[in-house]
Design a protein around this ligand. Structure first.
Ligand code: FAD
Ligand code: NAP
Length: 612
């Protein structure tokens, strides 16, 4: 017969006292020392009493259904809307979007000439491609239709609340939730809603800005930002000023030149006009796919082969970002030659346009048709800085007044990446802290995805989010996947809050500070990657290639975060009652790891979360 012990011999106080005195004493020792205290079977109790109570649920029954708000339904919000519900069981997702539909950039930008300067077969989701793009570099409406189609196909619309503009977001420590102030943009009414997690997917260029020149309010003609194009505006026969030679200005100016009476093109900075990102020459006219080619693409194997070839070039182009690299030197020579060839009618423009900084310091602007437009008789290219606007035109600092009927500002967006609404935790507001004059002075993040002091807040395609190579949709999918892993950890491991450590964020910034000087991004140019302030920290891009960030995000470093728990008394409380639901469900495959041996890849064997 087994020896039994009286429960009274092992009160918590007894065990505690022994432990404190002899921390090395194990409970086995205590049991052995008490072995002469024999009791009968009825009185026996397991001799390790605890106040901790088990929850009565199986570990795989989601104890916590996270409420998650994503702000923005551009391609990042749509991607989150597809991946998060599949990858995070039990998630209750809401996407808040100020517009009437999904698409973001591709919904809002309808200016003449808007199109992708990355091939359409590359600039699309990795998992649900359109094999039938009409042209190599698709126009805005076709890209918009693609992302809207994807949102329909994957049921994203059911989780989007449209016309819902987030006007402020506040961390409520006692509830461990984000309280959002949401404005109905049709009625102006405000409401509040709270969520366990907040993910911003507000884009880099959505908060577009008109310049703040004196007199801008006095101008009586048509004044618009190109991202706010008025479809009823007819540019035919008008005198028009276009301001800015970023990618938008470079696209819209040639389109206006074709129909306007006259175009004054104000471009205060020099810029490189490239062939394309991947080395393929681009033409100004649409590069349509032939019927034959599109038919060939219907063969999945042939399309995959084509896609792999074309996409690979975008992953292998990182070298050109590095200072004095052969690839960057080659780009310098090639772009100069290409610009020279295109400027035959006004060769003097070459000297005016070629920058002192290396290609890729500013994002490349292929702009087919731009240099050709600058040489037309109805275009004046003006580099003299603008001094002020008047009732009927623009005055430059040399005192010259040029009257116009319309001014189209392609002057970019709020590229300091500070959120365009209060985003507050404690006494810190990121919309202020991240501005150049703010507490941080730049977007201070942990690997572009989160920031210290702001629990349960994540950024999707935020500062330092994407590498300068690879493809943007892939990068966003990759970030959404990292976020999904983090949310899955929180929802299945009894975590209440998760926040990156300051030391980890500081190490990330230090890495950035050591890395970016090796790249041409750190040269003296105005770009959205540096907030249009040469010398400002590079916050627009990842410190490394797209393949590099792929590595970093594949395995989250959980040790870089601090956690609080739903049941703080025991980190394993989420283990529940020691069972799984699955093993008690006769219909479920409890031995999914048994497969045909040839189907097993030992590299990720026993690692997937979904067939546990
Ligand atoms: C004209 C143009 C052309 C471009 N072409 C290319 C290209 O060829 N290749 C390339 O790689 N990139 C290109 N880009 C960059 C482009 O922005 C990204 O590729 C991509 O579309 C970004 O998607 P996103 O979802 O992160 O942001 P966005 O598309 O900007 O979407 C952000 C969404 O958030 C919403 N939102 C913002 N604030 C709030 C708020 N407070 N409340 C509620 N909703 C809010 C917006 O309404 C919007 O729908 C281009 C950008 C522009 C402006
Ligand atoms: N597919 C495409 O071809 C395409 C099209 C559009 C946009 N995009 C993407 O969107 C990004 C943003 O492009 P963007 O053209 O909208 O913005 P951008 O690249 O930031 O360019 C803004 C332009 O406006 C000028 N500017 C800003 N403020 C000004 C002021 N007060 N007075 C005079 N000029 C002023 C800037 O000049 P300074 O340089 O001197 O500051 C710059 O030339 C691109 O880099 C690209 O990623 C892509």
């Amino acid at each position: 017969m087994a020896t039994l012990y009286a429960a009274s011999d092992f009160t918590p106080a007894t065990v505690h006292a022994v432990d404190e005195k002899h921390p090395e004493t194990s409970v086995e020792t205590i049991v052995a020392e008490s072995s002469d205290a024999e009791v009968n079977e009825e009185e026996w109790k397991y001799p390790y009493p605890t106040d901790f109570k088990l929850d009565n649920y199986p570990i795989d029954q989601q104890p916590r259904q996270l409420t998650v708000a994503v702000i923005g339904a551009g391609l990042a919000g749509v991607t989150a809307g597809i991946l998060l519900p599949i990858k995070v069981p039990g998630i209750r997702l809401t996407i808040l979007e100020k517009n009437n539909d999904v698409g973001g950039t591709w919904l809002e930008n309808i200016y003449p000439g808007v199109r992708c300067d990355i091939p359409a077969n590359v600039y699309q989701s990795t998992f649900s491609p359109n094999t039938q793009w009409s042209e190599e570099f698709a126009q805005g409406p076709e890209i918009r239709a693609y992302w809207q189609g994807l949102a329909k196909k994957y049921g994203v619309y059911q989780n989007v609340e449209f016309r819902s503009k987030v006007a402020g977001s506040y961390w409520e420590e006692k509830d461990a939730q984000w309280r959002l102030e949401i404005e109905d943009v049709s009625t102006g009414e405000k409401r509040t809603a709270s969520y366990d997690f907040l993910i911003t997917a507000i884009g880099h260029f959505n908060d577009w800005k008109l310049p703040d020149y004196p007199g801008i309010k006095d101008f009586k003609g048509h004044l618009r930002h190109s991202s706010d194009w008025d479809p009823s505006f007819d540019p035919r026969g008008k005198r028009i000023a276009t301001i800015g030679n970023g990618a938008s200005g470079i696209q819209v100016t040639p389109e206006l030149q074709k129909v306007a009476k006259h175009v004054d093109h104000y471009a205060r900075s020099r810029t490189w006009v490239a062939g394309s990102f991947s080395g393929h020459e681009r033409k100004a006219e649409p590069m349509l796919f032939s019927e034959e080619k599109l038919k060939e693409f219907q063969d999945p194997a042939k399309y995959l082969q084509y896609r792999k070839e074309i996409e690979e070039a975008y992953w292998r182009r990182y070298e050109s970002q590095l200072k004095d690299s052969p690839a960057n030197k080659r780009a310098t020579e090639e772009f100069k030659e290409l610009m020279r060839k295109r400027l035959t009618e006004k060769p003097e423009l070459l000297e005016q346009l070629v920058p002192e900084f290396a290609p890729h310091c500013r994002r490349l602007t292929p702009g087919p048709g731009y240099l050709e437009a600058l040489q037309k008789d109805n275009v004046e290219f003006i580099q003299t800085p603008i001094e002020r606007f008047t009732e009927d035109g623009i005055v430059t600092v040399d005192g010259k007044h040029r009257p116009v009927d319309a001014i189209i500002c392609s002057t970019g967006a709020n590229v300091d990446f500070a959120p365009p609404f209060p985003l507050v935790s404690g006494d810190k507001d990121l919309s202020k802290a991240w501005r150049p004059e703010g507490e941080d002075g730049f977007p201070y993040t942990y690997i572009g995805l989160a920031t210290p002091g702001f629990p349960n807040l994540l950024f999707l395609h935020g500062p330092n989010g994407a590498g300068a190579s690879g493809t943007l949709p892939h990068s966003v999918e990759n970030q959404a996947t990292y976020i999904a892993r983090l949310l899955r950890k929180v929802s299945t491991q009894g975590i209440r809050t998760i926040v990156p450590l300051k030391e980890a964020a500081d190490d990330f910034i230090q890495y950035c500070d050591a890395f970016f000087p090796k790249t041409v991004l750190s040269e003296k140019c105005s770009s959205w990657a540096n907030g249009r302030r040469p010398g400002q920290r590079i916050h627009g891009l990842w410190p490394g290639s797209a393949a590099h960030v792929n590595h970093v995000r594949r395995d989250p470093r959980w040790e870089d975060y601090r956690y609080t728990y739903v049941r703080p008394e025991n980190r394993f409380a989420y283990w529940g009652n020691g069972w799984t639901k699955k093993e008690r469900d006769a219909e479920r495959d409890i031995v999914p790891y048994l497969k045909l041996p040839e189907e097993i890849d030992l590299r990720d064997y026993h690692e997937s979360w979904w067939d546990l």
